[in-house]
Design a binder for this molecule. Structure first.
Ligand code: TYM
Length: 358
């Protein structure tokens, strides 16, 4: 069971990233090791070039994000943690996949449409190509499973279709790559957590929590603490119900309350039913907010503390990333040798074998 996921170097990640994805990485690291396979986690700096950015700042944001991952429990001795741009095969495979990915489909992707509307100056070709690079990230390692939040579903579908199309067109004899069956490329499965796959903004609970779009007061960052953290939860938007039965999970009808319940349950690692039951004696939404704040604070405090220790040591972060990149390159090259051969690109395997036997 090989696991791969990627995360953008947007600096300090938010609670949605943490609950929806990062916590699953730590769990994935253990599951992959138990199965005798690798888990790979990649800070996707090349994806950051698709919107306006500052080069010097980008390097710092990579360190911030890597330090958050390390603080959350990724261990470079157990998993492969690396920076995307250090492994050139990602860029190469992106181009190879472009042979099978329809342009019209890229133009219809939700993220492309939303982000291209939001761009004031340039809608870059990179923004259109974002999902192809993401497909290459995963397919280069023949990963079986991709832990992500719910919002990545469309990207995962495109990735799965790209793998199927490459297999069908260039290597039909090698197998379909579906459901763990061999193939030139593996068709990977999306894995989202049962609770917390889509954490919503605390101020606008019908929109997902996000770094770019939503309100600063509605976005909880992994490093928020004390009064700032408290204020965000105290001011969380709920609804005007009161009395018995008002604390219940009904995302359509009660988005704010349901989001708090989801955050509470995820932070305590219980079910939503258990979270609701634990509030049976509550006097109102104030109690729900305070319980959620306490659970989140308990979860994030150790990460905050470890981050403060790790982030200043840039040399150690670079060392961890370099170690990951070396191993990731080996694994990606194993796939690329086969992909080049199947797609008729580069030195034919037979010629190479002859040359090296001389
Ligand atoms: P990024 O950095 O935007 O998000 C990182 C992860 O956080 C999840 N997430 C959420 N989960 C629950 N609730 C939310 N409100 C929420 N917001 C974000 C995302 O689903 C994601 O798992 N395209 C990816 C980066 C990427 C990638 C990859 C992922 C590049 N290559 C290959 C997997 C495999 C992204 O936007 O990350």
């Amino acid at each position: 069971m090989r696991i791969f996921s990627g995360i953008q170097p947007t600096g300090i990640k938010h609670l949605g990233n943490y609950i929806g994805a990062i916590r699953q990485y730590v769990d994935g690291q253990e599951r992959a090791a138990a199965s005798g396979d690798d888990s790979l986690f990649c800070v996707v700096d090349l994806h950051a070039l698709t919107v306006a950015y500052d080069p010097a700042e980008l390097r710092d944001r990579v360190y911030d994000t890597t330090a958050i991952l390390l603080a959350a429990g990724l261990d470079p001795d157990k998993c492969i943690l690396f920076r995307q741009s250090d492994v050139r095969q990602h860029s190469e495979l992106t181009w190879m996949l472009s042979a099978v990915v329809p342009n019209g489909r890229l133009a219809r992707m939700h993220q492309f449409r939303d982000k291209s509307v939001a761009q004031r100056d340039l809608v870059s070709a990179g923004l259109l190509f974002y999902p192809v690079l993401m497909a290459a990230d995963v397919l280069a390692y023949r990963a079986d499973e991709v832990p992500v939040g719910e919002d990545q579903r469309e990207h995962l579908e495109l990735m799965r279709d790209a793998a199927r199309d490459v297999n069908k067109r260039f290597a039909p004899d090698l197998g379909s790559g579906e459901g763990g069956e061999g193939g030139l490329l593996i068709v990977p499965e999306q894995r989202t957590p049962e609770v917390g796959a889509r954490i919503m903004d605390l101020q606008e609970p019908t929109r997902k929590m996000s770094t770019s779009a939503a309100s600063p007061e509605g976005t909880v960052y992994v490093l928020d603490e004390g009064k700032a953290l408290e204020k965000k939860f105290k001011r969380a938007v709920t609804d005007s119900d009161s009395g018995e039965g008002s604390i219940r999970y009904a995302p359509k009808e009660k988005p704010g309350v349901s989001n708090l319940l989801e955050i509470l349950a995820a932070s305590r690692r219980t079910s939503i039913d258990e979270a609701v039951a634990s509030l049976a004696g509550a006097r109102g939404y104030g109690d729900l907010k305070m319980a959620t704040l306490a659970a989140v604070d308990e979860e994030l405090t150790p990460i905050r503390e470890r981050y403060a220790e790790l982030r200043p040591d840039v040399a150690a972060i670079e060392e961890a990333l370099a170690k990951g990149a070396a191993r990731a390159s080996e694994l990606a090259e194993e796939t690329m040798v086969d992909v080049r051969e199947a797609m008729g690109v580069g030195i034919p395997r037979a010629v190479q074998a002859k040359a090296s036997s001389r």
